[in-house]
Design a protein around this ligand. Structure first.
Ligand code: NAG
Ligand code: NAG
Length: 401
């Protein structure tokens, strides 16, 4: 009898522990909404990302981004962070950096604060916050750095710098599974430049790869790639107006080894011409209970021409689903959950003739692009290993330090 009771209690505990982890799998996302916090305020975390922390109680998601953008100039007062066990009920954890904390910029405050990203530095045991800092009129395009010994802050201002001595606009920071950290940013608004970060993540160590012109970069790396190892979603440069997203893909396993970036458009179906009225902020890997991963696209709907304009910007979260040719596509659902798209992930794994043929085409295309790149480099007298950077625009060179 006692044994039966023990079994029942253990089973109930087991049920509770497994349902806890599964909470977020059934969370329903509705693109174009601005969720409320558990205290009833709007969640303002624009241009940000998710930082997931594994705890004994399951995954605790942290969503951070800029505070509401305000006129004049659509400037944010700071960067703030929220936490949730299920990606639906968000608790405000506080403002982690204020606009007034920023110093050392040769222009008067307030400053433009855009696209914050947080990395954990195992060497210094610090959380490092990197973001695009600028004047309201974009006169000092730089990267702001702040750090804290806890994720939820408060962060201490470190400095503003121009990575590798060049103007830096939209940016993201990415840390791969080996802990290598990179800054990916729009250099002079001419191309996306990739530079490894130094030991304390306060500086860059020189450009090592570049894509074509894009802004709003977001990096993701599938744990079991079917062809491409690395992806960067970005957008064209059309201000607050939405445009069709770009997807840069490469086969090399590290951001700095990437010599060839094949470019495509990931959004599919009706609304794809405006990426469903959104621009990428980040892509975060969502792990199901069984270890399967779903890449969730976090976009900002800037709402420049809608009621309340940019001050009423909302979010567009959508699944990135694998395609037969080894890439990913962004598909629109007015309502969806990780659970509702899981059958699509499983179907994509199955072998089919269509997939085999598509993958061979991708292989051929990639090989041809690599050869062309090599031929171009050799005929231009460059070493095939050199990074060929797109030319800088002269008007902007003067603004660079
Ligand atoms: C543990 O997680 C559940 C949701 O899975 C949450 O409701 C609860 O508050 C968490 N407990 C603690 C101590 O944080
Ligand atoms: C924000 O946008 C929503 C959806 O378009 C609209 O219903 C709401 O009235 C807007 N809020 C403001 C303050 O304009």
């Amino acid at each position: 009898m006692a044994l039966a009771w023990t079994c029942l209690v253990v089973e109930i505990l087991f049920l509770i522990s497994t349902t806890q982890g599964k909470l977020a799998e059934s969370t329903v996302f509705r693109p174009g909404t601005l969720p409320d916090t558990t205290a009833g305020a709007q969640v303002h975390a624009h241009g940000g990302d998710i930082f997931a922390v594994d705890t004994d109680n399951g995954t605790l998601f942290h969503w951070y981004g800029t505070t509401q953008k305000l006129q004049p100039g659509w400037i944010s007062e700071g960067i703030q962070i929220y936490s949730s066990w299920n990606l639906a009920d968000w608790k405000h954890e506080g403002v982690i950096l204020h606009n007034r904390d920023i110093t050392g910029i040769p222009y008067r405050p307030p400053y433009r604060i855009e696209r914050p990203k947080i990395l954990h530095n195992a060497g210094t045991s610090k959380y490092v916050l990197l973001f695009h800092v600028d004047t309201p009129a974009f006169e000092y395009p730089a990267v702001g750095v702040a750090e804290s010994s806890t994720l939820t802050g408060k962060y201490t201002w470190v400095r503003a710098f121009k990575p590798d001595g060049r103007n830096s606009y939209d940016m993201t920071a990415y840390q791969d599974a080996d802990g290598n950290a990179y800054l990916i940013r729009s250099v002079e608004n001419a191309f996306l430049g990739i530079s490894p970060l130094d030991d304390d993540f306060h500086d860059t160590k020189g450009l090592c790869s570049a894509t074509a012109q894009a802004e709003a970069p977001a990096v993701f790396m599938p744990p079991h790639p079917s062809f491409f190892n690395l992806f960067i979603i970005g957008s064209h440069l059309t201000g607050w107006s939405a445009n069709p997203a770009l997807l840069f893909q490469t086969k090399t396993p590290s951001l700095c080894d990437a010599r060839v970036w094949l470019q495509t458009s990931p959004a599919r179906g009706q609304g794809s011409e405006s990426t469903f009225e959104s621009q990428a902020a980040a892509v975060f890997p969502f792990f199901y209970e069984d270890g399967e991963v779903l890449f969730i696209y976090m976009g900002d709907r800037w709402n420049a021409f809608g009621p309340g304009s940019v001050g009423n910007a909302s979010y567009v979260w959508l699944p990135l689903l694998p395609t037969p040719d080894g890439s990913y596509e962004l598909v629109y659902y007015s309502e969806w959950s990780p659970a509702s798209v899981k059958p699509m992930l499983q179907a994509a794994k199955r072998w089919s003739w269509r997939k085999a043929v598509a993958l061979w085409w991708t292989r051929l295309w990639y090989m041809a692009s690599s050869w062309c790149r090599w031929l171009h480099a050799v005929s231009a007298g460059l070493s095939p290993q050199s990074v060929r950077l797109p030319p800088m625009r002269h008007s902007l060179m003067h603004a660079a330090e």
